[in-house]
Design a protein around this ligand. Sequence first.
Ligand code: ARG
Length: 262
Amino acid sequence: VKGSAGIVGGLAMGGVSGAQNQGPVRIGSDIPYKPFEYRTAQGKLTGFDPAMAQAIFAEEMGLEYEFVDTGFDTIIPSLNNGNFRIIMSAMTINEQRDQKVDFSDPYFVAYQTVAILQGSDIDELSDLRGKTVAVQKGTTGEAAAEELKKQFDGELTIDSYDQIPGAFNALLRNQAVAVINDNAVNAQYTQEQERIVLLKGEGVAAEQQGENAPDYLTLTVEEYGIAFRQDDDEFRQRVNDALNRVIGSGRYEELYREFFPG
Ligand code: ARG
């Protein structure tokens, strides 16, 4: 495990690993990101991540926990500053982030996908050349858009929004022709807004998974993990064991069906 990297100053080292870890486990998350983390009309926090937190911390570890709503773009520095102990925010495990945090084992597979408006003139990926796409700032959707921009020799405008609803508002107002974002969240928008559909086509998932791949276009295959500070390895291992018990016991399957029916 990486010991030396990071900006763990006196406060973060002493304060965070010590006193601040006594109370409930504080979980940083950018809300709303339905169906992973969002509030019901009554304001109650729900979603796959809160349900997994309940299973891991309350049911398996006997620990209290609380979610701390925080911006996604600064969520890693915020973790390392001690504002919360872990991140559960549909966060993709990647090398860049792995330099700054440590991840649990993966708990979800996701793809970058392209949401468009029904009846728009975007029929394939190359139709995005010269157009504007909307993404959430600091996400792998934004990174996928940057990659596309390179392929288009710079002929793509990327509008980055602090939260995903901002990106979808831009799409619905014709300020962008597409939202590049995680499949399950994009799929949620297609269910709630009949004007929104997913761009179809074969993508990287098809190359990896053949017939089992989804029928919408996939730009990447990713996995979500729980993120920890790099000086919190003992806790990371305990949480990881609990995560694996949740997966192994069938509890995971139950929660999966609840939040991803059909
Ligand atoms: N999986 C993507 C990433 O890690 C998007 C996550 C956004 N999460 C959120 N709760 N807003 O970059």
